[in-house]
Design a binder for this molecule. Structure first.
Ligand code: FES
Length: 565
């Protein structure tokens, strides 16, 4: 069967002449005689420092493509540097996914290799590629090397939260805080905790969308370049096999990703990304699929739930070693980009440091998956990561203090008259997909100074926001529907009692229904200013649906029936 790009390059008419002429760039005639043309979608950008090495990765993918008889084409696509973008990188995930989709479909390419790393980049690449459904594989760019400071490991992300609270509590000087800053980012690569980037690399491998063994290879490690070379070879074969995302990403693949997510103690953000990716490829997936993995044991001792960092994870055996330990929870039919079962060869995967990756017989925690909560405060669901929470708060009833926005929270946080104690339930609204907009990572609200001074390091916190994958605490997130669309979160008043009972999966506002019916929802604190923001706000779905734009869900395919020449 002729490859797709022959619709551009095949034939001797004027169209073929135009398409070939502009793409010759020194290539011989036979580059256009039916060889697969492979787009290497790269999210390299100086403003995404986590992905700064992807130029080099792309070169190694290209070597593999040439070697296997294909023609590689580097294609920059939008990138999102998690720490830099305002109001939040999440606002632009869908924009990037839309651009990826349209650029793949519009161009003469037969397969794509997706290069990502920083938090939103792999989800956006996958979402876009799924909607086109050409053969595709991901090369995950890998974490940065371990940071160290004063003889202790220093992880990017988790330790920032910890150290900044120490400064506010007066136990760390601002000068030392600044010194720690320079020790944290030692090399290229994404955050080295089990934050969102590391999590998405792991769940993408568990989905079957990377070469086996990709997740966790540190960015500066030459083995990443070797894998990239092999990925270049493999995508050419995938084009011949027409091995598309929709053939790989079954319900079983997503269940494998959820099992892996639990075993690694991964970021809560993976839930919203997996829901969005499933929505693109048409795989059935809902929050109801998440909770059954709550009893998967925590096997990985990495920050934020534990102590080590991604370099240690890779050294200890990486994701394949984890998957071997939970193989009884995996779908053995689900395949990967090799067209082979994900579980094939797992018997050779080894834990080489049980201090970092525990065997299933000796887990860090017996049940560490993400719990899905429901109740009158979250009729469409909310999530909590018990592995990052304080055990004594997992069943708790307390009095709410309500903040209308992150700005109000920060304004009032250090007020000595703030009416809070260790039993307080902090509630923040206006932070959902539509309300902020973009569902920022602010759910792990900083604690009021008066609590920190008393040695309190955690209280129950509830919001319609997300939280950084590197954050920790008893934090209820992704409350749906969000307050900005009139969800019950908009009705909570300071002084109301709220019950959190993770064991019973319950999140309840202890106010009678008739009283709630009399209340007027708090209005959204923000209105869009036009442009992409307005498009986003008008069309974004709720967190339980993946916070994609409603008109972007589904597969629209690879065909482009019209052209202008
Ligand atoms: Fe890029 Fe954390 S800031 S992965």
């Amino acid at each position: 069967m002729a490859v797709r790009s022959q619709a551009w390059y095949g034939g001797q008419d004027r169209n073929g002449f135009i398409h070939r002429a502009w793409m010759r760039r020194g290539l011989p005639d036979d580059a256009f005689d039916g060889k697969p043309h492979i787009a290497i979608c790269t999210t390299w950008s100086d403003l995404s420092p986590c992905n700064s090495h992807l130029k080099e990765v792309a070169e190694h993918v290209a070597r593999g493509v040439w070697e296997a008889g294909g023609v590689p084409l580097e294609m920059p696509v939008p990138s999102m540097g998690e720490t830099q973008m305002r109001p939040t990188a999440m606002l632009y995930r869908n924009l990037a996914a839309m651009a990826v989709e349209e650029m793949i479909r519009a161009n003469p390419v037969d397969g794509v290799v997706l290069l990502g790393g920083c938090d939103k980049t792999i989800p956006a690449l996958l979402m876009g590629a799924c909607s086109v459904d050409l053969p595709a594989l991901v090369v995950a760019g890998g974490p940065m090397l371990n940071g160290t400071w004063r003889g202790r490991p220093l992880g990017c992300g988790t330790d920032v939260w910890r150290l900044s609270e120490e400064v506010r509590a007066g136990t760390l000087s601002p000068e030392d805080f600044q010194r720690a800053e320079s020790a944290m980012i030692r090399s290229r690569g994404h955050c080295n905790t089990m934050g969102t980037a590391s999590t998405m690399a792991c769940v993408t491998e568990a989905l079957g969308m990377t070469m086996p063994g990709n997740a966790g290879i540190p960015a500066p490690d030459s083995r990443l370049l070797q894998l990239s070379h092999l990925a270049g070879r493999r995508i050419v074969a995938m084009v011949a096999e027409d091995l598309t995302p929709s053939r790989i990403l079954t319900h079983g693949s997503f269940r494998n990703a959820l099992a892996a997510l639990a075993a690694i103690g991964g970021s809560t953000n993976a839930v919203v990304h997996l829901l969005a990716i499933a929505g693109r490829v048409g795989a059935p997936l809902s929050l109801d699929d998440v909770d059954p993995f709550h009893d998967v044991p925590l096997l990985v001792d990495l920050q934020p739930a534990g102590t080590h960092l991604m370099e240690d994870f890779f050294r200890a055996g990486g994701l394949r070693a984890v998957l071997r330990e939970i193989s009884d929870r995996l779908d053995h039919e689900a395949i990967n980009v090799l067209g082979r079962p994900l579980v094939e060869g797992l018997e050779t995967a080894e834990i080489t440091d049980p201090g970092v990756i525990r065997p299933a017989s000796d887990p860090l925690r017996p049940a560490a998956g993400i719990a899905v909560l429901r109740g009158n405060l979250a009729p469409d669901g909310a999530i909590i990561k018990p592995a990052a929470a304080s055990p004594h708060l997992l069943s708790h009833r307390g009095r709410a203090i309500v903040f209308e926005s992150p700005e109000e929270l920060h304004h009032r946080l250090d007020d000595p008259d703030l009416d809070v104690d260790e039993n307080t339930v902090m509630v923040m609204r206006g932070c959902g997909p539509r309300g902020y907009p973009g569902m920022p990572e602010v759910g792990n609200m900083p604690l009021p100074a008066k609590l920190l001074e008393r040695g309190v390091r955690d209280v129950v916190r509830i919001s319609d926001a997300r939280m950084s994958g590197t954050a920790y605490g008893t934090v209820v997130l992704h409350v749906a529907p969000e307050s900005a669309v009139g969800g019950p979160l908009a009705l909570v008043r300071t002084g109301d009692e709220i019950t959190l009972d993770v064991e019973r999966r319950l999140l309840r506002l202890e106010v009678p229904d008739d009283e709630l019916a009399r209340r007027t929802p708090a209005p959204p604190a923000w209105t869009p200013k036009g442009g992409y923001e307005s498009l986003y706000v008008e069309h974004v779905t709720q967190a339980d649906k993946g916070a994609d734009l409603d008109f972007l869900t589904g597969v629209r395919g690879r065909e482009v029936p019209r052209h202008s020449h």
